[in-house]
Design a binder for this molecule. Structure first.
Ligand code: 2P0
Length: 324
């Protein structure tokens, strides 16, 4: 009862920002991401009779506390599908070229969903797998697929219609995504806490929801038509709107640092020079820059010239779940 799976992380171009059901992880809006080939998690799950609890090794280090708790809660859902109490040894390796806090729960929970369901003998299709991964971490539902992926929010209370679908695979469009790793990042509000506080208290949240549904339709058309300016400008505006909701929360907060804003400025300067480059930012200070392969040297040089940029990790659209 052992299986190994690999998943890549993803970056949202239309953000998932808020839950309508915290326990099933059902979002308030449909959202869309691109899977990144530069970051992945490989996870082995071994269910064994006689174990009294789950255990977790991450990059060969024993993990306990809240991180183990998240895994055990997720494995409870897999055990419930299987119908029997049996515990597992979980071993994960994060393939992230730097220790910069970029490893996301998306690749981790997607790999765990695939490996654990296979190990326990369930054979789930991608829709079922996406629905399962969603219950570990919302963004993990999208990492089941490669390329451009939409997580459809669904309407049901039981979440059966809330899962991701592929809009276009990784060979559809050769774009680049540079993850700009900043030095001296400060401790952030977790995305779970940040989205909860925003949904509950920010008067800007209603405006965010209204516009994001329109953004999603526009970006899907842009992706299919390979209209880079359109895709980039919609993604950038959507990111700015998501971050604007946090300033309206009570207590207010922001994920941005001074360095975050300087990278945003650099990207805007590139555009003024005629280079189509766009940024997006998740629940943290690091910035991801979208650009076309022919502009790589100029984009990289501008970012590398900046103070406080520690690393630049370049991805292409990556693949979905695979089994080892
Ligand atoms: C996203 N983020 O769409 C958004 C944009 C952060 C900002 O999904 O609570 O780790 O486990 O469902 O998926 C990060 O949140 O949150 C996230 P949970 P998750 O990528």
């Amino acid at each position: 009862m052992k299986a190994t799976a690999r998943a890549h992380t993803n970056i949202a171009l239309i953000k998932y920002w808020g839950k309508r059901d915290e326990s099933l992880i059902l979002p308030t809006n449909s959202n869309l991401s691109v899977t990144l080939d530069g970051f992945s998690t490989e996870t082995t799950v071994h269910f064994r009779e006689g174990l009294k609890e789950d255990s977790f090794l991450l990059n060969e280090q024993k993990v306990e506390g809240a991180a183990l708790g998240k895994i055990a809660v997720f494995l409870d859902k897999v055990r419930a599908l299987y119908g029997k109490e049996i515990y597992a040894q979980v071993q994960s390796v994060n393939h992230v070229p730097t220790a910069a806090g970029l490893a996301s729960s998306a690749s981790g929970l997607a790999a765990l969903a695939a490996a654990s369901s296979k190990a326990i003998g369930l054979s789930l299709d991608n829709m079922e797998l996406s629905r399962l991964a969603r219950q570990g971490s919302g963004s993990a539902s999208r990492s089941i697929y490669g390329g451009f992926v939409e997580w459809q929010m669904g309407e049901r209370e039981d979440g059966l219609d809330s899962y991701a679908v592929q809009i276009a695979d990784q060979s559809h469009w050769d774009i680049r995504i540079a993850a700009v790793v900043l030095s001296k990042t400060v401790k952030k509000v977790s995305s779970r806490e940040g989205m909860r506080r925003t949904v509950e208290t920010s008067p800007f949240y209603a405006g965010w929801l209204e516009q994001t549904a329109k953004d999603l339709q526009e970006i899907k058309q842009a992706i299919i038509a390979k209209d880079f300016e359109k895709m980039g400008s919609v993604a950038e505006a959507n990111c700015l709107r998501m971050h604007a909701t946090t300033l309206g929360a009570n207590p207010p907060f922001t994920y941005w640092q001074d360095t975050t804003m300087r990278v945003m400025q650099t990207v805007q300067n590139l555009r003024e020079q005629g280079i189509p480059a766009f940024f997006t930012i998740d629940a943290g200070p690091n910035v991801k820059v979208l650009y076309l392969p022919e502009d790589e040297a100029k984009v990289k040089n501008s970012l590398q010239a900046m103070e406080d940029v520690e690393d630049i990790i370049i991805s292409k659209p990556g693949s979905g779940i695979s089994y080892m």
